[in-house]
Design a protein around this ligand. Structure first.
Ligand SMILES: Nc1ncnc2c1ncn2[C@@H]1O[C@H](COP(=O)(O)OP(=O)(O)OP(=O)(O)O)[C@@H](O)[C@H]1O
Ligand SMILES: [Mg+2]
Length: 235
């Protein structure tokens, strides 16, 4: 479903991704971990076509991303759910209106807009807050709305960049429950994170990136290089 082959991404004088090859199958949940500056957001931005790969092949389903014309990108993005690292909500609109805004922007049929917006809010447990404005919400609640906005069009793939960043453990776990349920329903999820507790508790595939290179690809991996029982021996 997602396939990168030998991808290099250079910004003017920085090589952010260096010969990255990986494959993520439909229905998988994968964490993307690594230190700040490792290239996690860059990898996600290549997948959303916010950035163009410098060299290498990049496919999502049957779409060859480097070959997409600029005019084809909006339609391609409609099929993706994205929670950006620096997400923002429109502050002058209620959270319900924020979702309606997205649905209108992607030309959803009018009679479906209300139903889709309410369903997405329900899925993240925010239905009862639908008439509140973003500034009336906690950070964790805003994060849930950002997820609702990403899934409002029922995407097959969700790319979430630090969706638990700045959250306390309780809110982070609530966000993870939402992602877990989406994955159970078949959504493929790639999640960039620094949250070692989450990665060590809710075990999924771990892709570790460092200085632009994938240095580990482990099923049901842990945040550290070794499984937890091994850590005990090392200490
Ligand atoms: N628009 C840009 N122009 C130039 N360099 C960039 C740009 N975006 C990212 N970089 C550089 O690319 C490298 C990878 O950055 P990236 O944002 O992908 O890291 P990250 O793993 O997401 O880090 P963090 O955990 O802090 O979010 C860094 O060296 C960064 O400075
Ligand atoms: Mg980042």
């Amino acid at each position: 479903m997602i396939k990168l082959d030998n991808c290099i991404k250079k910004y003017s004088n920085v090589t952010a991704l260096n010969h990255v090859s990986l494959e993520i199958k439909q229905g998988e949940f994968a964490y993307l971990i690594g230190p700040s500056g490792a290239g996690k957001t860059t990898l996600i931005k290549l997948l959303t076509c916010e950035e163009k790969v410098t060299t290498g092949s990049l496919k999502m389903g049957n779409v060859d991303l480097p070959r997409l014309q600029d005019s084809q990108i909006p339609e391609f993005r409609r099929q993706l759910g994205v929670v950006p690292q620096d997400f923002f909500l429109l502050e002058s609109l209620t959270i319900y209106q924020n979702l309606v805004y997205v649905l209108r922007a992607i030309e959803t049929k009018r009679k479906l807009i209300k139903e889709k917006a309410l369903r997405a809010l329900d899925e993240v447990g925010m239905l009862e807050y639908k008439h509140l404005f973003p500034k009336e919400l906690s950070v964790g609640q805003r994060q849930k709305v950002a997820i609702a906005r990403a899934i409002v069009n029922e995407p097959k793939i969700l790319l979430a960049d630090e969706p638990t960043g700045n959250l306390d453990n309780k809110s982070a776990i609530e966000v993870m429950k939402i992602l877990y349920q989406l994955n159970q329903k078949g959504t493929t999820i790639l999640m960039a994170t620094h949250n070692s507790t989450i990665v060590n508790t809710i075990r999924y595939r771990v892709l570790e990136i460092n200085k632009g290179q994938i240095i580990r690809d482990q099923d049901k991996g842990s945040y550290g290089r070794w499984n937890d029982h091994r850590d005990v021996f090392v200490i």
